[in-house]
Design a protein around this ligand. Structure first.
Ligand SMILES: Nc1nc2c(c(=O)[nH]1)N[C@H]1C(S)=C(S)[C@@H](COP(=O)(O)OP(=O)(O)OC[C@H]3O[C@@H](n4cnc5c(=O)[nH]c(N)nc54)[C@H](O)[C@@H]3O)O[C@H]1N2
Ligand SMILES: Nc1nc2c(c(=O)[nH]1)N[C@H]1C(S)=C(S)[C@@H](COP(=O)(O)OP(=O)(O)OC[C@H]3O[C@@H](n4cnc5c(=O)[nH]c(N)nc54)[C@H](O)[C@@H]3O)O[C@H]1N2
Ligand SMILES: [Mo]
Length: 756
């Protein structure tokens, strides 16, 4: 039974104020909001020192997002939300052992995500022993010994799962996956499984490379940029500067979104005087207010029209692609009524979009979570690839696919082998380099890990960053699964829900953040990251570490490996002393990293090769790019129900809540709101301001309820609703995942609104 009380929050929503949404993003309010939060967390001097190092060539990589920096850097190469991410980590607040004496784990479990995050940085390793309700201090030695003992006592290495969030550096990620495989499993779930997995699946299958094919310069050469299922004003604010510049260079922009997001409509560039005083640049030339989950229908309709009008690049299709006849055949059967129903658009709007596509030789499609977290995400992204291929828009300057990644090194972690389904070539190279036979069987992804914990098949869980319990779907199921583990351990910078919902025993392993100096036996170290466009560069922290007891992620992995593997042939101590040694290994195992140590030291770093982008070569089975046939099935929602998408507010980074405002959408001092179209409210008999429970409907008949949400009348697409994650993760059924990628369907949940 779920409680009907609002969540136990020290922050209730009693101060909630709703005002009209904004139609432009950034500008002065952006900068002042950022400085205020930095100031609160760090004080004035530290704020100035730290923010000036963000994304500079000799500084550290912003932990905010994976958008690239470009070659000419601004003195202030960060955005409002990057500044908040930095402040969250560089805060001067500290959690000491006294804090854990005062607060039992059971009490902490009832606190809000916001409260937990506000307590400051973790400062020493802590252990919750079996049967105890308190964390108590332990030495690092004891912590590694316990982990090592528990890992060694498992019946098989597959009874352990090793999660990674996307902030982990290349060096730490490489060492981590090496340890996990040397231990004997491919159970390497990561945040990508909940994020861009659908993009990776669709792109690998169709183009042969699971990454984006455009560089920053391409945006400035494009004729047309489609921004689909993405809210850059909040989640990738620096992208807005790039879109603005692209517009100045002549690009047109089409936004496809159920919500009229402020940043997509109009942008005020805080880095230019006109952005501060003027009304800003209108960004989208065309806004298609699509229904949630309508994108496959939209792109299929566009493709049908392109073929019908012969507005396609026949020479390119002939030379570089396979599958045109089947696609052509399939497109002929398109049902226009279904297209209009699925998209909620008119035929006139689709023709306008077609006109934009037809007028453009160089097209880029950017997307993020609005496309990747649906049942049909992989087919949807394949259909976008179809459009670009039909127009010859892959491997041409100013054109291509641009999945915009989330976490600042999520792409690099995958490149380094954080993957539950590693390829043969990678494992061969890894085994060869280190003289062992890596496990070949696929491991568990994120959803499978939860299922395995639930079914008692995984007993030890280690999280390299992130907040597994809170970021994952079906919170009630996940929490019970986590509690059933023998040991859960979290390598973390900040306190979060995953430290409070634990196995019988639990470890907190506090680590250095990006902003901090990392000094090992061989002297100061730096790490490297890969941005969303495949550029690899160094990141150096400058701040004094939050505590003298912190270890770097690399050191934690290397010491854990020694505790769990005993005397194996791998020289973990050397890797811990000197990260150049890890990079030398990487240069021999991972394609594209030859001469890594020299190249990463060059100003600005280097770009990884990408065969379709660089040579119009497609490393698929057939050697051609694949045009695909994607079945269109309209997601019909029963009478009186809505299709709910779960989004980020402007004041959060995933499960980290910076504050309680969502300025652009007009929400202040509260998070339990649900956005619904006024006409839908009328037909549901609900008024703006009404209080409702959100109840998820899924065929397993289980009650999934998120209680106590205020209804906000909002200009979203008809039939759709939006609310913030992670409060709504309780509504996402664990078994409701995307075909092929197995990503939770966090953007299409059928719900009913029950008045309270
Ligand atoms: N400040 C800040 N920055 C972040 C993050 C953060 O939490 N805070 N998170 C980081 C991470 S890990 C990621 S993955 C990215 C996420 O970046 P986004 O993908 O921009 O994040 P969401 O808030 O999930 O927004 C999804 C967008 O897709 C739209 N959408 C939803 N459903 C559909 C649909 O069916 N079709 C279309 N066309 N649109 C749809 C929503 O209206 C919304 O605008 O941001 C990264 N950057
Ligand atoms: N309903 C719903 N669920 C979603 C999504 C959604 O749109 N809707 N989005 C999904 C997406 S796109 C993603 S990427 C996942 C995110 O899932 P995660 O990556 O697991 O979650 P985060 O909230 O980013 O993790 C925050 C924690 O990371 C730790 N941390 C921060 N910096 C560091 C560091 O440098 N090192 C280490 N070791 N730890 C650090 C801190 O302790 C902090 O509390 O959530 C997914 N869940
Ligand atoms: Mo993400």
């Amino acid at each position: 039974m779920m409680s009907r009380k609002p969540p136990t929050d020290d922050v209730d929503d009693s101060g909630l104020v709703v005002s009209p949404p904004k139609d432009s993003a950034a500008g002065i309010p952006g900068v002042t909001a950022a400085l205020k939060q930095s100031w609160d967390q760090m004080g004035a001097k530290r704020t100035a020192l730290t923010l000036l190092k963000v994304n500079q060539k000799k500084g550290f990589d912003c932990p905010g997002c994976a958008w690239p920096e470009g070659d000419k850097r601004h003195v202030a190469e960060f955005c409002e939300n990057g500044a908040k991410a930095v402040a969250e980590e560089a805060t001067t607040r500290r959690i000491t052992r006294a804090f854990f004496e005062e607060h039992p784990v059971s009490e902490l479990a009832g606190r809000s995500d916001y409260w937990l995050g506000q307590q400051g940085r973790l400062t020493e390793p802590m252990l919750k022993r079996e049967g105890s309700d308190h964390y108590e201090p332990v030495t690092w030695g004891e912590a590694f010994e316990l982990l090592g003992t528990e890992l060694k006592s498992l019946a098989t290495p597959d009874e352990a799962a090793f999660y990674t969030s996307g902030r982990t550096s290349n060096e730490a990620a490489f060492a981590y996956q090496l340890f996990v495989r040397a231990f004997g499993t491919n159970n390497l779930p990561d945040c990508s499984n909940m994020c861009h997995e659908s993009s990776g699946s669709a792109l690998t299958e169709t183009l042969g490379v699971g990454k984006g094919s455009v560089l920053l310069e391409d945006l400035y050469q494009a004729d047309l940029i489609l921004v689909v299922g993405q809210n850059p004003g909040t989640n990738h604010p620096r992208m807005l500067s790039a879109l603005e510049k692209a517009k100045h260079e002549g690009a047109r922009i089409v936004a496809v979104n159920p919500l009229p997001e402020a940043g997509l409509m109009r942008f005020k560039n805080p880095q230019r005087p006109s952005g501060v005083v003027g009304t800003g640049t209108p960004l989208a030339d065309l806004f298609l207010q699509i229904r949630v989950n309508g994108d496959l229908a939209l792109f299929q309709a566009l493709n049908r029209l392109l073929v019908e009008k012969d507005a396609i690049d026949r020479a390119f299709i002939e030379e570089h692609t396979a599958g045109f006849e089947a696609l052509d055949q399939h497109l002929r059967s398109l049902d226009w009524e279904e297209v209009l129903e699925a998209t909620g658009l008119t035929r006139g709007q689709i023709d306008e979009a077609l006109d934009e596509v037809q007028r453009a030789d160089k097209i880029i499609v950017c997307w993020a979570m609005g496309l990747t977290q649906h049942k049909n995400s992989v087919p949807t992204i394949r259909e976008i690839v179809n459009l670009l291929l039909l127009r010859g828009c892959i491997g041409r300057p100013g054109a291509g696919v641009c999945p915009v990644r989330g976490h600042s090194n999520v792409q690099g972690d995958r490149t380094m082998g954080i993957y539950e389904k590693p390829g043969k070539a990678f494992l061969d190279a890894l085994g060869e380099e280190f003289g062992f036979e890596p496990p070949r069987e696929h491991g568990f992804d994120t959803v499978q890990t939860i299922q395995a914990m639930r079914d008692r098949k995984v007993k030890v869980f280690l999280g390299m960053g992130g907040n597994f319990v809170r970021a994952t779907p079906d919170s009630a199921v996940t929490e019970a699964a986590m509690r059933s583990c023998r040991l859960t351990a979290q390598v973390s910078t900040k306190l979060n829900r995953s430290h409070t919902v634990t196995g019988e025993q639990a470890l907190i392993l506090p680590t250095l953040g990006r902003t901090e100096r990392d000094v090992q036996d061989e002297g100061p170290q730096f790490v490297s990251v890969e941005d969303s466009m495949g550029l690899v560069h160094a990141s150096r922290g400058r701040l004094e570490p939050a505590s003298t007891h912190l270890l770097s992620e690399v050191a934690i992995v290397c010491r854990l490996a020694r505790a769990a593997l005993g005397d194996d042939a791998i020289d973990w101590a050397a890797m811990e002393r000197d990260y150049d040694i890890i990079r030398d290994h990487i240069s021999r195992v991972v394609p594209g990293f030859a001469d890594f140590n020299a190249r990463v030291r060059r100003s600005g770093g280097f770009t990884l090769p990408h065969a379709p982008r660089d040579e119009r070569r497609f490393p698929t089975a057939s050697g051609k790019a694949h045009l695909t046939v994607n079945e269109l099935r309209v997601l019909r929602v029963p009478e009186g129900r809505l299709l709910l998408q779960t989004v980020r507010s402007h004041d959060q980074f995933n499960t980290t809540i910076y504050g309680l405002d969502d300025r652009y959408r007009g929400i202040h001092q509260g998070r339990h709101v649900v956005f619904v179209h006024p006409d839908d409210l009328a037909s549901l008999g609900l008024a703006d301001g009404a209080m409702v429970d959100l109840v998820s409907e899924w065929h397993d008949g289980v009650q999934r309820r998120a209680p106590g949400f205020r209804v906000v009348a909002y200009q979203t697409a008809r039939g759709c609703a939006a609310a913030y994650f992670p409060e709504t993760n309780v509504l996402v059924p664990l078994d409701s995942t995307a075909d092929v990628s197995n990503t939770p369907t966090s953007k299409s949940i059928v719900v009913r609104l029950e008045p309270v």
